[in-house]
Design a protein around this ligand. Structure first.
Ligand SMILES: Cc1cc2nc3c(=O)[nH]c(=O)nc-3n(C[C@H](O)[C@H](O)[C@H](O)COP(=O)(O)OP(=O)(O)OC[C@H]3O[C@@H](n4cnc5c(N)ncnc54)[C@H](O)[C@@H]3O)c2cc1C
Length: 573
């Protein structure tokens, strides 16, 4: 089995297959979670707005998965109080059913008024309350709304507040899912003495399909893989190939000689602001609302930063997905739409990011109304390349929220191809550092007290719990096994912790640590001093000589500048 693509959907499928004892490999051409999975709005949500698209199956599955992720990944997935500001009572009542029936916007967008939102939220409650554990939505009139959120536009009529969930660290959650898969493969390999049956590598891309079947079994197809760090190429033979390359699914199929036209991705961008006034105006809630163009947008506190998004424009896969000046203007306008007296300027942007949603091809339908549901496309043996024998399953679509359920579907399809029965369900299985994670704040404080040690105060212990969940215990055992010190340039990381990452977390580039192993880049905390110090520490375990170190610093600066609008000045040339 070969899974191509290390976003959350490929990684989730890898874990599920590994748990079934299937011999599986995963390849990702860059770093894990560097595609759409690292560019989301960080919401784990039922998708209330998909109700108006009539996507009831998706909404139901999404809320079940949202409630489940709160239980099985509590270290990274947290409840998110969400407030919709509403400026009219009845508008949209005629437009909405029409949209619902045609899936097209008719003429100028009509605002969604309070009545329509009430109907939507009542339906959402019915789907989503998880036996009563999720509170019912609440409506507030102007007076109470402004008492709760005083900086809102004064002509507000109502607010509606309900609960969804947020994933604070999607990159690390992806890594946790991956490591669970690798662990399951080691266990299966030990049991059947065949060695590890689940292996995953980043910086390994699928280049082409050579088509030769497996020499031993006469089945499957051989593909050519390329190590993107060394340039080395080699062959790999698989009976089933799962194409989870997101927005690149058609390009990957084309590389395998199996041209397809499944995809029609749309680009979405976000900005991250260091803006204390806006942060406090949100009062800990996501502000989720309709902008003047009828699109649903969000302003959302994440730690001490504010996330603002997002756009939805047809993507050109030949271009890098980056946040443009026009998108930034759009974000500033939408902030002004709900918080008109809070000024915002470009200097307050600490980070930007963009990604392409892996949506199905949608021709005339407007991006916002394209189905967010997923499907699996099968190509049988003989239908790809030159009479090759592998089955290719391509994933079209798939949101963050539904990754576990989707992985279960894909895994079931693969098991059917292999004629193997499912052994383990992932439905109740804790993910990585979510196992044994304290249930409430008192439990968190107790855990921190129990795990403090000489040289590790409460803040540092809390930081490790936040970053790794209960996997922090393994990290701490590593830290305690030798001399260690906090970095000069950030108190959030120590030298041995970076060594731990180098040994256990497949670091390909310095940028991986800044963007995906930590949230330093996201929060705008990358400095020249930090780049130099981190490169210096990582150079030892990763074998970087002086030239490689300088190249890593330049690469990180280039990635931060090109894709995230972050300028840094390294102290070393
Ligand atoms: C702006 C935006 C906001 C979103 N907000 C949300 C949200 O709030 N909630 C939610 O649930 N969902 C959200 N989504 C959707 C969600 O992020 C994606 O649907 C999901 O992450 C897709 O995951 P994936 O694994 O299928 O694809 P990706 O994460 O894109 O992964 C595909 C991977 O394949 C790799 N690859 C490509 N070609 C090759 C090759 N030849 N060889 C090896 N590897 C290859 C790529 O490098 C990439 O890492 C959002 C998406 C975007 C873009």
């Amino acid at each position: 089995m070969l899974v191509v693509g290390g976003g959350i959907n490929g990684v989730g499928t890898f874990r599920d297959l590994a748990l079934q004892g299937v011999d599986v490999a995963l390849v990702e051409r860059g770093d894990y979670c560097q595609g759409a999975s690292g560019a989301s709005s960080h919401m784990i949500h039922g998708g209330i707005r998909y109700l108006e698209n009539g996507e009831f199956r998706l909404v139901r599955e999404s809320v079940v998965e949202r409630n489940r992720l709160l239980r099985i990944a509590p270290h990274y997935v947290k409840p998110l109080q969400t407030t919709i500001p509403i400026f009219s009572t009845f508008s949209g009542i005629l437009a909405a059913p029409l949209r619902f029936l045609t899936h097209k916007q008719q003429g100028k967008p009509t605002e969604r008024g309070a009545f329509l939102i009430k109907v939507g939220l009542s339906l959402y409650d019915a789907f989503s309350r998880d036996g009563g554990s999720v509170p019912r939505h609440q409506f507030r009139g102007r007076k109470r709304a402004l008492a709760e959120l005083p900086r809102l536009r004064p002509d507000i009529k109502y607010t509606a507040t309900y609960f969804d969930a947020s994933v604070h660290n999607p990159e690390r959650l992806t890594l946790d899912v991956l490591q669970d898969g690798e662990k399951a493969g080691q266990a299966a390999g030990t049991a059947n003495t065949q060695g590890n049956t689940a292996r995953a590598s980043n910086y390994l891309s699928l280049k082409s399909l050579t088509g030769q079947p497996n020499r031993g079994t006469g089945k499957g197809s051989t593909v050519r893989l390329r190590d993107e760090l060394t340039g080395e190429e080699f062959d790999f033979t698989a009976d089933v190939i799962v194409n989870t390359t997101g927005a690149w699914v058609d390009l990957t199929n084309e590389a395998m000689g199996a041209a397809s036209t499944f995809m029609g991705g749309t680009k979405g961008s976000h900005i991250v602001l260091d803006h204390p006034a806006l942060l406090s105006a949100c009062n800990g809630r996501e502000i989720f609302f309709e902008h003047t163009d009828g699109r649903i947008v969000l302003i959302y506190p994440m730690g001490d930063r504010v996330l603002v998004g997002t756009t939805d424009v047809d993507a050109d896969m030949g271009q890098d997905a980056v946040c443009t000046d026009e998108e930034i203007d759009y974000f500033f306008e939408l902030i002004g739409h709900v918080f008109p007296d809070i000024p915002v300027s470009r200097e307050q942007i600490v980070y930007t990011f963009s990604g392409v949603r892996p949506l199905p091809r949608h021709d005339a339908t407007q991006p916002g109304f394209v189905s967010r549901d997923y499907r699996i496309e099968r190509r049988g043996p003989g239908s790809i390349g030159s009479g090759a024998g592998a089955v290719v399953l391509s994933l079209v679509g798939g949101k963050w929220t539904t990754f576990r359920a989707l992985a279960e579907h894909l895994t079931n399809d693969v098991l059917a191809e292999l004629g193997v029965q499912r052994k383990v369900s992932t439905a109740q299985l804790a993910i990585g550092g979510g196992a044994g994670f304290p249930a409430d704040e008192a439990g968190v404080q107790k855990w921190i007290k129990q795990h403090m040690a000489a040289g590790r105060d409460a803040d540092r212990t809390a930081g490790l719990l936040t970053r790794y969940g209960t996997r922090a215990e393994a990290v701490m055992a590593y830290l305690d096994a030798g001399p260690d010190h906090l970095l000069r340039s950030t108190r959030e990381l120590s030298a041995r912790e970076l060594e731990f990452m180098a040994a256990h977390e497949q670091i390909g580039h310095l940028a991986d640590v800044l963007i995906r192993r930590t949230s330093l880049a996201f929060r705008g905390l990358v400095t020249g001093e930090l780049l130099n110090e981190m490169a210096e520490v990582l150079a030892v375990p990763l074998g970087w000589d002086a030239a490689a170190r300088a190249a890593e610093i330049r690469h990180a600066q280039d990635v931060l500048q090109r894709f995230h609008r972050v300028e840094t000045h390294s102290l070393v040339a």
